[in-house]
Design a protein around this ligand. Sequence first.
Ligand SMILES: [Zn+2]
Length: 161
Amino acid sequence: MRRIVADGHTLCNHGMRHEDMSAWPPERIAADLREAGDAIRAAAPYARIRYFRAPYGAWGQTPAVAASLGMQPLGWRLAVADWETPGTDELVRRLLDGITPGAVVLLHDGGRDRSQTVDAVDRVVPALRAQRWRFTVTYQWALATDRYVPPCGGTVPVLSA
Ligand SMILES: [Zn+2]
């Protein structure tokens, strides 16, 4: 966690146990988000936690609760189903075919072997940079454009893991 912060990445509260919160009442959601926030702050006391993303994109009442705790709900525009581990070449194809200006791309780097995702990102980022694409921390992008990335996870298949 400290290394993530030290490397300049933006943190996002994703709940404490990656549970589907879509049917939870606000009080239960708030307790879970506070617990996750406390765990993050225990590891990285000075980190700002600007965003919340509902596990599985199952938002329910989480956006309002997250906002009440000072976090903006953050969805995504492009999911390439890297959890299917379709091969690095296929992930590269999906990323290059699907990327749009301003897109937040959903990718995974923990929980199991994510080498295909890491390898795909290692290929796609230089390729897009060569085409003059820029990459930015979402917070900076939101400030620069005054745009809000609404929850949109409902358009993405629910994960089973
Ligand atoms: Zn997740």
